[in-house]
Design a protein around this ligand. Sequence first.
Ligand SMILES: [Fe+2]
Ligand SMILES: [Fe+2]
Length: 470
Amino acid sequence: LYFNKEQGLRMAKNIRSIYNKVVSTLSKPLVIKRTSLARHKNPPEIRFLYEETPEIKLMASRVAAPYPNTKFYVVSDIHYYAKSLGTEGSDWEKVAGRDRKLFAESDEIVSELVKDINRHRCDFVLITGDMTKDGERLCHEKLIEHLNKIKKPVYVVPGNHDILNPDACSFHGRKEAVPTIDHNEFLELYHNFGYSRAVSRDPASLSYMVEIKKDLCLLALDTTWPVTKIPNELIVDGKLSESSWRWAEEQLIWAKSNNKAVFAALHHPFLEHWQGQISFMPEYIIENHRRLVDLFLTYSVRVGFVGHFHAQDVSMYQGKWRRLYQIMTGSPISYPCSYRRMAFQNNRLIGLTFHIKRIPSYPNSLIFNNYARRKLRQAVRENTEKPLKLMGVKKADREKIIESGADAFQANYAGNEKAAGRSYQPILPPKNQLGFMGRLALKALGYVIEGMWADDSLFGDNNFELPLGN
Ligand SMILES: [Fe+2]
Ligand SMILES: [Fe+2]
């Protein structure tokens, strides 16, 4: 058998291209579709009211009122757990021991939070959902005892953990189901936290519109799934029903035509807050998010407060006429235990971030911070180790990938990722230090880690001053 040089080169090229093809199909970035119920496209049949009549279209294009000056607190994802439901046994270890959240300390954390809120001047407090660990009735009641101590009005929206949650359980030795609440019970329990002051309530959901002070309105959106579609499974995704979309638009038409400035609060984010999130974690963005962005921009909602991901983050969408900011607030019970003090001032949004630094059972701030950080890193490990093992990634490589993933989460949760000084260290473990399967895994997951690190906003995620325009 004899090949000349040209034939030999051609053959080598072919073999290389086949090899590249095999590697690239095996190691496509991991895009998860199965876990998400949400659709992230704008279905073509959807029409906005403003598209239907020239009057509304004209009104929508008009300049909006500036935001009246006001000071407020934003807290998200409290995930309150009443310790009287028990913290013992292997079931508790399985559920809470491996969770990023400090359930057992949540009561102390909320006490600190309420103390801080009452010490400072503010006009109201906003809580963007996930009030309880898993929608346990008792946890809602105990949290409300704390909220009743806040001397200012409190406005809440429900999160995906709060209603009809199949995971509502007690842990006295072993796991046992406890009562959760339905939509009506949420409304009864939180009557004084938004609903009693509402100028309008959505008949189809727990959304409401409230005039917080003269010419300043809060559009509080319930983005939880209306029914448990999958029995015994917690739904993480967010959506609005068709009638809720319409109700929300009617509220915005009313506000804009009466020269009222509107900001929004909802549990689920409407903008991707790190590049690649929508592929890897689609349940962390509300279904049809572009439709919501369009709706907000059309009616001059220039700020929306969200939670759900437990990260400190600011994202911005530049529309044709105005900007829309998404302010995501972390959880006081997961690292680094953040909450925000905010102000509308001269039509700018000024934000400051604070952290729960110590609680009675952890009086040393360094030890408390380490404890919260360890919990987060442990949770990343729990979620990645098994799939990597199944892929056949060897132990040493798994360690490297898990550590780099934990670093990314830790930085992302705290906000201001690049400023955290990672630029002098490699973000991903160097490829030449990994085996073949390790390299494939990194190809599939690397974009998530890189996306999280690259998430610095132009304005800063923690402390910022944003011009709101009109
Ligand atoms: Fe949450
Ligand atoms: Fe959530």
